[in-house]
Design a protein around this ligand. Structure first.
Ligand code: ATP
Length: 137
């Protein structure tokens, strides 16, 4: 069993797509072991996206992720990290294959609905960053 962090970004919450997309993860076999709606502050946003600091899209990305509430969750299941990223599709919604979440619902590089951890190391770091011990089952 593996755990991964997902963030339903402000565009996803705003478009009322959280339930539909969460259902796709559950239908694939992943279990929700943590879930909450929060307003992200700049410090957490910069920490989460530290690897992108200095890139041309960084300021826009921080502005976007702090613009409105997000729903953040921990999903558990077999190969959860790969399963989530496969269901999400390519980063850029324009390029993402039809049938993937981004392919079906996004046509933007930035507003691509959901984040998923990209490695076991990232998942461990991100879950600790976004959740306190008692908030995850
Ligand atoms: P995520 O980390 O959100 O799961 P990812 O791993 O597919 O996405 P990254 O390259 O890590 O993609 O980029 C992180 C996020 O930064 C993207 O999901 C997107 O919201 C934003 N982003 C990435 N590239 C661009 C870009 N060229 N222009 C605008 N926003 C971008």
């Amino acid at each position: 069993m593996q755990r991964t962090l997902v963030i339903f970004k402000p565009d996803c919450v705003h478009r009322r797509l959280v339930g539909q997309i969460l259902s796709r993860f559950e239908a694939k076999g992943l279990a929700v072991v943590g879930l909450k709606l929060i307003q992200v502050d700049r410090a957490l946003a910069e920490k989460h996206y530290a690897e992108h600091a200095g890139k041309p899209f960084f300021e826009g990305l921080i502005g976007f992720i702090t613009s409105a509430p997000v729903v953040v969750g921990v999903l558990e299941g077999n190969e959860a990290i790969t399963v989530v990223r496969t269901l999400l599709g390519a980063t850029n919604g324009v390029a993402a294959a039809p049938g993937t979440i981004r392919g079906d619902y996004s046509s933007s590089k930035q507003n691509n609905l959901v984040h998923g951890s990209d490695s076991p190391e990232s998942a461990e770091r991100e879950i600790a960053m976004w959740f306190k011990a008692g908030e995850v089952a």
